[in-house]
Design a protein around this ligand. Structure first.
Ligand code: ADP
Length: 560
C-alpha cells in the first residue's frame, strides 16, 4: 500500500500540482505582459488621437491664416479683417499689430468689454515685452528671416488661449485669438465619427450610440483645469473618476490640454457585450480572477484526492481479494484433504482386512460414504461457482406455485426448519432448482451459524405480485458493517462460529448470483433482538392469456 501511495504521489499528484503551480505562474506572467501591452496600446492610441486633433486644428488654423495673409492692403485691410472675424465662429478676437504703434486694432479707446479684456490678457505681447515667436526661435517677427506665421499658446490667469498670427507686412502682424474650447469640442465630436477613429476602435469611446454600446475604452479631452471637455460616457450614478491609463498632451498647440483614454469601469453593466467578451470582461477584475483561479485549483486538488482515494480503494480491494483467494485455496485444500485422509485410512483398513468386527466395518463404510458425499458437495459448489462466474449456467424461470416447493424444501432440509404452509397457492416466476439451492444454502447457514434453535422458513405472497421466501434464525446476526460484504466471494466473517464450522465464503455469493439470474433479489436484514433474516424476493408472473398452468411438481432434489 505504501508503495502504491509513493507511486501515486510521485507519478500523479506531485507532477499535477507542480504543473498547476507552474501554470498559475505562467498565467500570471502572461496577464501582466498583457496588461503592459494593453497600457502601451492605450498610450499609443491616446498619442495618435492627440496628434490627430492637432493636425485637424492646424489645417483649420492654416486656412484662416491664409485668408488673413490675403487681406487687401490698407486702408481696406482693417475693414476686411473685422468682417472676417465677425463671420468666423472660431475667431474670438482678431487684431492688427504694428511694431512701432502697438495694437492698431482693437484700440483701447472705444473698445468693447470683451476687446478690453483681450487687450489686457495679451498686453505683454502687444507691448513687445514678450516675443511673438516661441523663445527657441530667437527671432522677432519683424525680422526678414523670421517666420512669416505662427501660433502662440498664451496663458493669462486661468485662461489658456491660442493666438494665430501672420506677418502681413514688415513690422506688421495680423492675427486672431482662437475659440479653443468651441473648436476642440466640435472637432472631437466630428473626429470621433470619422472612419479613421472607427478603425482605431475609438468610436463610441466618447459617446454611446443606440446601436453600438458598451465602450471598453473611454476617451476624454481635458481642459487645462483638468475638467473633461466632452465628459466620458460614464454612469451618472457612479461619480468615481476613471483612472487614467493613458494620457497624451496636445503639445505644442494646446499644451495644457490632455487627451485621456481610460478603461470603462462598469463595462459589464453596459449592454451589447459579445459572448466572448463576457468571460474576459468578468475576469478582468483581479478579485474575480483570484476567486476563479482558487476554484480551479480547489477542483484540481479535489480530483487528485478523489482519484487517489478511488485508486487506493481499488488497490485495497485487490489486495483483500488476493488474500481471500489464498485463504480460499488453503481452505479448499484442507477440505479436500480431511475427507480424503479418512477415506484412504478406512479403505486401507478394509483392504488389509484389519476390521474383523462387522459393526466397525459398517462404521468405516458409513464414514467413507459420508466423506465422499462431503467431497462431492464441495466439488459441486466449486463447479457451481465457476459456472455462474463464467455465466454458463442459464436458468429458466417459469410461473410456479411456491407453496409445495417450500414444503418439500422444509422437509428435506437437515436443519428441520419450522414452516407454516400458506392457505392458497403463492405464484411467482422462478426456477425451482435455483430456488431450492438458494433456500437450502440459507437453511444450512442458519444451522451452522445459529445452532441454538431451528430456523424458520416463511413463504408470503407480495401485494404487488411475486413472493418472498425468508429464512429466519435467532443466531448472533451479522454486524452492520459486514452486512453488505457477506455476499462478496470468499468472504467469511472472522468470529467464533466461522472458526468452528467449515465453509469457503461462496454459499451466499452463489445464492445471490442465482437469484439475480432469475430477476430475483436476495437480501439480508437483522432481526430484533437478535438473529438474521435472509429474504429471496421473486418477481411476479407476467400477465399473459396463454400462461401455462401453475406447476405443482414436487421435485426431488436433483442437484443442479
Ligand atoms: P460459508 O458459509 O461457506 O462461510 P457463505 O457465503 O454462505 O459462506 O456465508 C458467508 C459468511 O456469512 C459466513 O462465513 C458467516 O460468517 C456469515 N453468515 C452467513 N449466514 C449467516 C447467519 N445465518 N448467521 C450469521 N452469520 C452468517
Amino acid at each position: 500500500m505504501t508503495r502504491f501511495l509513493r507511486i501515486y504521489l510521485l507519478a500523479i499528484a506531485l507532477p499535477a500540482l507542480l504543473l498547476a503551480v507552474f501554470g498559475a505562474f505562467l498565467l500570471r506572467a502572461d496577464a501582466r505582459a498583457r496588461a503592459a501591452e494593453l497600457a502601451e496600446n492605450r498610450r499609443w492610441r491616446a498619442e495618435r488621437t492627440a496628434d490627430d486633433l492637432q493636425a485637424s486644428a492646424r489645417r483649420l488654423l492654416d486656412a484662416r491664416l491664409d485668408r488673413l495673409a490675403a487681406l487687401p492692403d490698407a486702408p481696406a485691410r482693417l475693414a476686411a479683417l473685422r468682417e472676417l472675424a465677425a463671420a468666423d465662429p472660431y475667431v474670438r478676437n482678431a487684431f492688427l499689430w504694428r511694431e512701432k504703434e502697438g495694437c492698431v486694432w482693437p484700440r483701447r479707446t472705444g473698445a468693447t468689454e470683451e476687446e478690453r479684456r483681450f487687450l489686457n490678457r495679451c498686453e505683454p505681447l502687444f507691448s513687445g515685452a514678450v516675443p511673438w515667436t516661441p523663445p527657441s526661435t530667437n527671432a522677432a517677427p519683424s525680422d526678414a528671416s523670421a517666420p512669416s506665421r505662427g501660433y502662440r499658446p498664451w496663458a493669462a490667469g486661468d485662461r489658456h488661449e491660442l493666438l494665430a498670427w501672420v506677418r502681413t507686412a514688415p513690422g506688421e502682424i495680423c492675427g486672431f485669438e482662437f475659440e479653443t474650447m468651441r473648436f476642440l469640442a466640435d472637432l472631437a465630436a466630428d473626429w470621433l465619427e470619422s472612419p479613421y477613429s472607427q478603425r482605431l476602435g475609438l468610436r463610441n469611446t466618447w459617446r454611446r450610440t443606440a446601436r453600438q454600446s458598451a465602450p471598453r475604452l473611454l476617451g476624454s479631452l481635458h481642459d487645462p483645469s483638468g475638467t473633461p471637455l466632452v465628459p466620458p460616457v460614464a454612469d451618472p450614478a457612479d461619480p468615481t473618476p476613471f483612472d487614467p491609463s493613458a494620457e497624451a498632451s496636445l503639445l505644442p498647440l494646446f499644451p495644457d490640454w490632455h487627451y485621456r483614454l481610460s478603461p470603462a469601469r462598469d463595462a459589464s453593466a453596459a449592454s451589447g457585450w459579445l459572448p466572448g467578451d463576457l468571460l474576459s470582461g468578468a475576469l478582468s477584475a483581479p478579485a474575480l480572477r483570484l476567486a476563479f483561479g482558487g476554484v480551479l485549483f480547489g477542483l484540481l486538488l479535489l480530483s487528485l484526492v478523489a482519484g487517489g482515494a478511488v485508486l487506493l480503494r481499488a488497490a485495497r480491494r485487490e489486495r483483500l481479494d488476493a488474500l481471500r483467494k489464498t485463504d480460499f485455496v488453503s481452505n479448499v485444500s484442507h477440505e479436500l484433504r480431511t475427507p480424503l485422509t479418512s477415506i484412504r485410512a478406512y479403505a486401507e483398513l478394509l483392504a488389509a482386512d484389519r476390521l474383523p468386527d462387522p459393526a466397525r466395518r459398517r462404521r468405516a463404510l458409513d464414514t467413507i460414504s459420508a466423506e465422499s458425499a462431503r467431497l462431492s458437495r464441495l466439488v459441486d459448489t466449486l463447479l457451481d461457482f465457476s459456472r455462474l462466474d463464467r455465466g454458463t449456467r442459464p436458468l429458466s424461470p417459469r410461473p410456479l406455485d411456491l407453496a409445495p416447493l417450500a414444503a418439500e424444501i422444509a422437509d428435506s432440509a437437515p436443519s428441520r426448519p419450522a414452516y407454516a404452509p400458506p392457505p392458497a397457492p403463492v405464484m411467482a416466476l422462478a426456477d425451482p432448482d435455483a430456488v431450492r439451492q438458494i433456500v437450502l444454502n440459507l437453511l444450512d447457514n442458519a444451522a451452522k451459524y445459529a445452532p441454538g434453535a431451528p430456523p424458520t422458513l416463511e413463504l408470503a405472497p407480495l401485494p404487488s405480485g411475486g413472493a418472498t421466501l425468508s429464512v429466519l434464525d435467532r443466531g448472533p446476526g451479522i454486524p452492520p458493517r459486514d452486512a453488505r460484504r457477506i455476499f462478496d466471494r470468499f468472504v467469511r466473517l472472522d468470529n467464533s462460529t466461522t472458526r468452528t464450522t467449515t465453509g469457503y465464503g461462496l454459499g451466499l455469493t452463489i445464492a445471490r448470483r442465482l437469484a439475480l439470474s432469475m430477476n430475483a433479489t436476495l437480501t439480508y436484514s437483522p432481526r430484533s433482538p437478535s438473529g438474521s433474516a435472509f429474504t429471496l424476493t421473486l418477481p411476479p408472473v407476467p400477465p399473459s392469456p396463454c400462461a401455462p398452468p401453475p406447476s405443482r411438481e414436487s421435485t426431488h432434489n436433483p442437484n443442479p
